[in-house]
Design a protein around this ligand. Structure first.
Ligand code: SF4
Length: 345
């Protein structure tokens, strides 16, 4: 029997093996597909370059949002000389043939900025900010990436339908997040990128970066829109906003100064939906501010935060720092708190 493992196949592995030792093309195809999907989603240290016409004032680019004309290399070529460092760690390079490139080095780890969806565990927030190593096995299967891609596609279609509501006489305005930020003079917020319906915003005061699904004025009231797609078995039991999405909503509310978040949960299998409005209080917003300050203070002192009682297995299940967390927890049992001075200096 072949030792090859691969993702679920409708025929079952037994039917795909030509004989005991030969792997059929069907099995090979499945493996090759899985491999390609993993490669495409691999997060490894890389250099990203984009040719620029003028060396002065070149356009920065975000390697995560669109890779058109972007050159990706594992290491910096010899003939490529760094010439100038711009903000946001972009570098201007020139080559022997006098071509100019704007480039950025990506170390394969999440950016050292807080994210609304990662606010559930203080310890994992800490690991992200210090740039801790991710679990070796954290590369997921092609099935996992497929679920994410289908979620992204569904977001766009739902957002598009919401923008069309007003064309059919419904009192619903899909607002531009950048315009809202400007009109409301929210000075600490900068729009980093904009896609069709989604806006990436950075808060320089709190070091929080977030993607906003949309801002709506529906029947005269302002809402942050948050779309979630989930499996049938979760969706069928859904009767309120998921506990693990609360801190995310509090963060959006804090950042944009909007009191209500409209969650729109869609069943991934049959596209049935359940909307829930969550009202966020001043206390909820203060909680997030305190959380970020608390994590900043742990980072400053190089102390790993304790695991909070509120962190459930459900949260740990999707965490990319489980290995490091286990190691630090062992140390924690020996000494009250482990001090990791200069570990990532
Ligand atoms: S494994 Fe759990 S407790 Fe540890 S950092 Fe991750 S989410 Fe937090």
């Amino acid at each position: 029997m072949s030792k090859v493992l691969f993702t679920a196949c409708p025929k079952g592995i037994g039917n795909l093996l030509a004989d005991d030792n030969v792997v059929s093309d069907e099995v090979m195809f499945m493996q090759d597909f899985d491999f390609t999907s993993r490669q495409m989603n691999k997060h490894e240290p890389r250099y990203y370059f984009k040719e620029v016409n003028k060396e002065s004032n070149p356009e920065y680019f975000d390697s995560s949002s669109g890779m058109i004309n972007v050159i990706v290399l594992d290491s910096l070529p010899d003939e490529c000389k760094p010439e100038h460092v711009y903000e946001t760690n972009h570098l201007l390079y020139h080559t022997n043939d006098q071509k100019y490139y704007i480039g950025k080095y990506y170390d394969g780890k999440p950016s050292r900025r807080y994210k609304p969806s990662s606010m559930n565990c203080l310890r994992s927030m800490y690991y992200q900010i210090i740039g801790a190593d991710l679990d070796k096995q954290s590369q997921k299967s092609s099935d996992f990436y497929g679920i994410c891609e289908s979620g992204t596609d569904r977001h766009k279609r739902i957002q598009y339908t919401i923008t069309k509501m007003k064309d059919y006489g419904i009192d619903c305005e899909y607002m531009d997040v950048e315009t809202y930020i400007k009109e409301n003079n929210i000075e600490n917020l900068t729009v980093e990128s904009k896609e069709e319906f989604e806006t990436k915003v950075y808060d320089s005061k709190r070091n929080i970066v977030f993607l906003c699904d949309g801002l709506l004025r529906y029947r005269g009231k302002l809402y942050v829109l948050e779309i979630k797609t989930e499996s049938s078995y979760k969706w069928l039991d859904r009767s309120h906003v998921d506990d693990k999405h609360l801190y995310q909503a509090y963060t959006y509310s804090l950042e944009l100064g909007v009191d209500d978040v409209l969650f729109f949960y869609e069943n991934r299998d049959v596209c049935t939906k359940k909307p829930y409005i969550l009202h966020v209080t001043d206390e909820n917003r203060r909680f997030i501010e305190d959380r970020v300050s608390s994590c900043d203070s742990y980072v400053k002192q190089s102390i790993v935060p304790p695991i909070e009682d509120t962190v459930s297995n459900r949260i740990c299940q999707y965490c990319d720092y489980r290995t490091m967390c286990k190691v630090d927890s062992k140390w924690e049992n020996r000494t009250e708190v482990r001090i990791l001075r200069n570990r990532y200096a």
